[in-house]
Design a protein around this ligand. Structure first.
Ligand SMILES: Nc1ncnc2c1ncn2[C@@H]1O[C@H](COP(=O)(O)OP(=O)(O)OP(=O)(O)O)[C@@H](O)[C@H]1O
Ligand SMILES: [Mg+2]
Length: 312
C-alpha cells in the first residue's frame, strides 16, 4: 500500500511543485511505482511531468476522479512507473464543488473525498505524492487529510519562514479533527543562492526546528528551472549533476519514513506562540466585540495546548 506524502507551505513560488515532480521522477527511477496528484489549479506539476498544457486536462482532472469516485480513467502516464492525476484551472472551484457533492448524496466529510478516491488505487503504488497550492484552502486540507506525511518546502526568506508556525497550527487541527496519522516529516530549505540574509534564515530555522530541517538544501540552479520547459531529464551530465541535490534529499526522506521519524513538539510550540500573541492582545484596550473574540480564541488555544502536550 502506498505511502502518501503532501508537499505544502502557504507561500507561493518556494519550489513545492518542482520538488514534488523531481522526487516523483527519482522514485520511479529507483523502481518504485509513483502517483503524483496535482491539487493546485495552476497545474504546474502536471505540466512539469507531462509536458502538456493544463488546458488539455480540462474535465479530466482529479476533480472528475472524485466526482466519478474512480481515479483510473483520469490517470496520465508520464513514465513507465510514473503516473499523474492532473489538475487544470477549474480546480479553483474545488472548495465549493466538494460541498455540492455532499448535497448530491456523497457520504461522509467532504474533506475526505480526495482520500476516499485515492484509497481506491493506493494498493497499485509504492508512493503517492501530492502537490498542494500555496494557500490553506480545501485542496490543501483535503491533501493533508489523505496523507501519511507532510514535507514543508521553505524558501530561505522572511515571509516563507513566518508562514511556518501558522502552517503547523493548521496541521494540528487536521491531526486533531480528521487525520490522527498525519506526521510532519521534515522541512526542506530550498532556492538558496548566495545571499547572507538567506544563510541567517537557514540558521534561524535550524535553531528553531532542529532535526526537523533536512540536512540537504536545494540550491537555485538554471538546469532545474529549465525542466519546466524541457521536462525532467538526465540525458546530459549537467542535468545529472543538478538532480544530485534532490537525490540526497530523497535518501534522507526515505530514511526518515523507514525510521518513522516525526516531531510532535512543533504543534505545541506553534500553539504556545499563538497564545502568547493572544495574551499580549488582551492587554490592549480592545472594543468589546474584539475582546470577546480574543477571549474565545484564548480558551480554544488552552484546550488545544492540553491536547498537543499529550502527543509528545
Ligand atoms: N532548484 C531550483 N533552481 C532553479 N529554479 C527553481 C528551482 N526550484 C524551482 N525553481 C523555479 O522556481 C519557480 C517556482 O518553483 P515552483 O513552481 O516549484 O514553486 P511552488 O512553490 O510550487 O510555487 P506555487 O506556490 O506557485 O505553486 C519555477 O519557475 C521553478 O522552475
Ligand atoms: Mg506549485
Amino acid at each position: 500500500m502506498a505511502v502518501t506524502i503532501s508537499f505544502m507551505l502557504q507561500k507561493g513560488g518556494v519550489g513545492k511543485s518542482t520538488t514534488t515532480g523531481i522526487l516523483a521522477y527519482l522514485l520511479s527511477r529507483k523502481g518504485k511505482k509513483v502517483l503524483v496528484v496535482d491539487m493546485d489549479s495552476q497545474g504546474n506539476v502536471s505540466t512539469l511531468l507531462s509536458q502538456r498544457s493544463t488546458y488539455t486536462f480540462s474535465n479530466e482532472t482529479v476533480l472528475e476522479a472524485i466526482e466519478d469516485q474512480d481515479p483510473v480513467p483520469y490517470i496520465v502516464k508520464c513514465g513507465d512507473l510514473l503516473d499523474l492525476l492532473p489538475s487544470d484551472d477549474l480546480l479553483a472551484i474545488y472548495g465549493r464543488r466538494i460541498y455540492e457533492l455532499q448535497h448530491e448524496g456523497f457520504k461522509g466529510s467532504p474533506i475526505l473525498y480526495l482520500k476516499n478516491t485515492l484509497d481506491l488505487v493506493k494498493d497499485n503504488y509504492d508512493y503517492i505524492l501530492i502537490d498542494c497550492p500555496p494557500s490553506l484552502n480545501e485542496q490543501t486540507t483535503s491533501a493533508l487529510s489523505a496523507s501519511d506525511y507532510v514535507v514543508t518546502v521553505l524558501q530561505a526568506e522572511v515571509y516563507a519562514y513566518q508562514a511556518l508556525a501558522r502552517f503547523f497550527e493548521t496541521l494540528f487541527h487536521i491531526r486533531n479533527n480528521v487525520n490522527p496519522n498525519l506526521a510532519m516529516i521534515g522541512i526542506v530549505v530550498g532556492l538558496i543562492d548566495r545571499y547572507t540574509l538567506q544563510d541567517s534564515i537557514l540558521e534561524e530555522c535550524k535553531e528553531e526546528y532542529g532535526s526537523l530541517v533536512f540536512g540537504s538544501v536545494i540550491r537555485r540552479l538554471a538546469r532545474i528551472a529549465e525542466f519546466a520547459t524541457l521536462g525532467i531529464t538526465d540525458s546530459r551530465k549537467d542535468q545529472k549533476v543538478a538532480l544530485e541535490q534532490y537525490e540526497i534529499l530523497l535518501d534522507e526522506l526515505l530514511e526518515r519514513i523507514e525510521n518513522n521519524y516525526h516531531d510532535n513538539s512543533i504543534y505545541l510550540r506553534a500553539l504556545e506562540s499563538r497564545l502568547e500573541y493572544v495574551e499580549e492582545k488582551l492587554l490592549e484596550d480592545l472594543p468589546d466585540i474584539k475582546l470577546e473574540r480574543f477571549e474565545e480564541l484564548k480558551d480554544d488555544l488552552i484546550n488545544h495546548i492540553k491536547i498537543a502536550k499529550e502527543w509528545i
